[in-house]
Design a protein around this ligand. Structure first.
Ligand SMILES: [Zn+2]
Length: 499
């Protein structure tokens, strides 16, 4: 048996691990690297293995950092099935199409900027001599971008990583499975998926390989969730010889979900009291947006609020919400009960989904009170930028920051208390209230990971930690070694392990 790690070894994006077992080569995830760095594009644009040699892909869930390079794999000659749950199959379609659109727009933007930078350099040279400072305006935004658009302009022409037709070629390869049902990937390798409770359809993976008369068991956590609204709680990980586990929050504990919902409730009450202005909630289209809507529906009911409209301003979020509604097999009992209530009309929350850019811009002029949930989650791109540009200068605006804000993003600058920010090419004073709500994470925290891992320590021969910055995964590795794991490894990129 061999394991090769090709992503998510020095961070949380680009998940991609090759497992050679039971006479087959299986890819666990095929995710996109995301980030600002110059090397992101390079890392995404090539595989360090031959896609034609891969027999099958097992996809834990639809997030783009786990699924976003599948169209490149297919273009590279992969001909096998992509196994996942039905909900993941449904979510993968709009997410991969959105990703293809982003690739195209990013390439256009970077190429345009490359040309414009040349022009600017020439103009600046001229104007400097005349004593005039030249300024280039920011002109391009889209939904949930991987922020490539903000990196330094490339030296050579950039091509999109893949196009819509590559996604169309990929979708027929998906094979849906129910949680708990075994399926064969080869005569000596069988697999089943279990509920990981992270986003709709997310799974952890159990593999059983027969090699030289012995059965070897492998467990891969995917992104392991935590008890949260809507979805059922994650199923505990099973014992195995080899365990590959995520470590996103390996050294951090989340505040309870209820405390965070209480914070959101206070923000809604403030809006309700002032009777004007906007509560802006930047949120990722898949997962976080639905969680926020669910929390708002509970709050509106508890506080008996019926006259504040809620707008979801992201086409991808609209599609994702429809898919969530379709997959009730993933819901917990409370969510099912609330859904029945909503369907019978007993619901205070009135959600409006905007579709066109004009619908979105019409909200700019509105006085409120209203809640607007829009992408992207880190405020780097997408329609949220228009809403912020129009409203951030008003003390009647509150921005609820409900997700992680990476270094260098607009979201992070607001969280750190910037008094002025550049939005759509103009410097704007921040008079809005910025409220950080940290408890909405869909990942298990340190205690959650320890709780599911500790019982399986006795049988585990090697535990690999992936999908975590080193300040999270190294402390977790130390703790797990103290809790009885015989061998804990933090693999590096392209590392090969013979087991
Ligand atoms: Zn995820």
């Amino acid at each position: 048996m061999e394991l090769e790690f090709h992503g998510a070894t020095d961070g949380t994006t680009g998940s991609c691990h090759v497992l050679r077992a039971g006479g087959r080569q299986v890819l666990l995830e095929c995710g996109l690297f995301q980030g600002h760095r110059e090397d992101t594009y390079r890392r995404n644009s090539q595989f360090r293995f031959d896609p034609r040699a891969i027999d099958a892909v097992i996809l834990s869930h639809a997030h783009i950092d786990h699924s976003g390079r599948l169209p490149m794999l297919v273009r590279g000659g992969f001909k096998g099935p992509i196994h996942s749950t039905g909900a993941t199959v449904d979510l993968a379609e709009p997410m991969l199409l959105d990703s293809a659109n982003i690739q195209l727009k990013d390439a256009e933007f970077l190429n345009k900027r490359r040309v414009m930078d040349k022009v600017r350099a020439r103009n600046e040279h001229r104007e400097e001599r005349r004593g005039v400072r030249h300024r280039l305006s920011h002109f391009y935004t889209h939904d949930d971008a991987p922020a490539l658009a903000m990196s330094n302009p490339p030296k050579r022409e950039v091509l999109p990583l893949y196009l819509e037709e590559d996604v169309r070629d990929t979708l027929p390869r998906f094979v849906p499975h129910h949680w708990g049902d075994w399926f064969q990937v080869g005569p000596n390798l069988r697999v089943r998926l279990h509920d990981a409770g992270h986003i709709l359809g997310a799974s952890w993976v159990e593999l059983e390989a027969k090699e030289r008369g012995k059965t070897v068991r492998v467990v891969f956590s995917g992104d392991y969730g935590r008890p949260q609204p809507i979805l059922r709680d994650p199923v505990p990980l099973a014992s195995a010889d080899i365990v590959i586990c995520e470590s996103t929050y390996g050294d951090r504990c989340h505040p309870p979900v209820d405390d965070t919902e209480a914070q959101l409730s206070l923000a809604v009450e403030r809006l309700h009291k002032r009777r004007r202005g906007k509560l802006l909630i930047p949120a990722f289209a898949v997962g976080r947006t639905q969680h926020i809507l669910y929390a708002l529906s509970r709050i509106f009911e508890r506080k008996k609020i019926a006259d504040i409209p809620v707008y979801v301003d992201s086409p991808l979020a609209k599609r994702a919400t429809e898919i969530v509604y379709k997959h009730r097999e993933c819901f917990d009992d409370e969510a099912l009960a609330r859904l029945r209530k909503a369907e019978s009309g007993e619901h205070r929350l009135k959600v409006h989904f905007t579709q066109t850019v004009d619908d979105s811009k019409a909200l700019n002029q509105a006085k409120g009170p209203m809640v607007i949930v829009s992408a992207s989650g880190m405020m780097e791109s997408g329609r949220i930028l228009h809403h912020l540009a129009w409203s951030i200068g008003s003390p009647d605006t509150e921005v609820a920051v409900v997700g992680y804000q990476a270094q260098g993003t607009l979201g992070r600058r607001l969280v750190e208390g910037a008094r002025e920010v550049n939005l759509l090419g103009m410097l704007r004073a921040v008079r809005a209230r910025i409220t950080v709500m940290n408890g909405f994470s869909a990942h298990a925290d340190r205690d959650g990971l320890l709780q599911t891992l500790a019982p399986i320590a006795p049988q585990c021969k090697t535990l690999f930690l992936v999908h975590g910055e080193n300040d999270q995964r190294l402390p977790l590795a130390r703790t797990l070694a103290q809790r009885g794991f015989a061998r804990v490894e933090c693999p590096r990129n392209a590392a090969v392990w013979k087991l």
